[in-house]
Design a protein around this ligand. Structure first.
Ligand code: OGA
Ligand code: MN
Length: 270
């Protein structure tokens, strides 16, 4: 059994070198969950799990979201393989997964099956660290604010001039009002932003959007970000409750293929 963890950057990311048997056995599951909570993203370079191994390992960490084929969802722009592929175009914008869920996913596990020659790098931003570094008075003012998250906000910059039909579908998702500052059960706090953040409750719409954009820029500054250049076989786990993520745009014809498993959420946003 081998298990060596080392930090990637000061504020985000830990690399773990281990083997299939260690992951499958679950003996390190508690440690992995703890590292994930502290470090935001975990990278397992070229671990090259099969689908069954990815599913088995994911189950050692928590309950799986029912998606794709028995919990394994294929992240591709090819809608013949993944019928919901069109929504994945929105993943080029900073976001967290499942903004419309009452309890957003705990974490996602992504493995690279085919990379793109152009683009396709995935970036992660630590929203805990971004909150921690704000001046104290700013933390106070922001803690009063609530943000309205909408599906339209996640899509409209990707599908400019979207037909009315499409806009209707976006609007069928009920908006979610969430605190700007998420106080987690652990006591730690993070900024809740991302492409779904549309406007600030009780604030002039344009003014709220300027504030959201400003905080988004703050959160995604280099010191809080890890950018992953994929090699086939790499696996990354991200804490979906404290990281924003996005992918660098890649061509439809690239064949890029990632297999995703997702852990069910464990705490509502408060
Ligand atoms: C996702 C996602 C990023 C990527 O699957 O939720 O944002 O790199 N993927 O494909
Ligand atoms: Mn995503």
């Amino acid at each position: 059994m081998s298990f060596i963890a080392s930090d990637i950057a000061a504020r985000i990311g830990t690399k773990i070198e281990t083997d299939h048997a260690t992951l499958a056995g679950g003996s390190k599951a508690a440690e992995i969950r703890e590292l994930l909570e502290l470090r935001g993203i975990l990278l397992f370079p070229k671990i090259s799990l099969t689908d069954e191994e990815q599913l088995g390992f994911s189950c050692t960490l928590g309950a799986l979201v029912e998606q794709g084929d028995k919990g394994l969802y294929k992240v591709t722009l090819d809608s013949k393989i993944t019928p919901t592929a069109e929504y994945l175009r929105g993943t080029v914008l900073w976001h967290f997964d499942g903004f419309s869920d009452d309890v957003p996913a705990r974490a996602s596990i992504l493995t690279a099956r085919k990379t793109s020659d152009i683009g396709g790098q995935t970036e992660f931003a630590n929203t805990y660290a971004a909150y921690d570094d704000l001046p104290e008075e700013r933390k106070q003012t922001l803690s009063e604010l609530r943000v309205v998250h909408t599906m339209a906000a996640t899509q409209r910059d990707v599908f400019q001039n979207a037909p009315a039909e499409m806009q209707k579908i976006w609007e069928s998702y009920p908006p979610k009002v969430q605190p700007l500052v998420w106080t987690h059960r652990s006591g730690r706090k993070s900024l809740l932003l991302g492409s779904s953040a549309d406007w600030v409750e009780g604030m002039d719409k344009a003014e709220g959007q300027v504030l959201i954009a400003e905080l988004q820029t703050w959160t995604t500054q280099r010191k809080f970000v890890y950018r992953h250049e994929w090699t086939v076989g790499d696996m990354v786990i991200w804490d979906n409750t404290g990281m924003l993520h996005r992918v660098e745009a890649y061509p439809d014809t690239s064949g890029r293929m990632m297999h995703r498993t997702t852990l069910v959420g464990e705490e509502p946003i408060k």
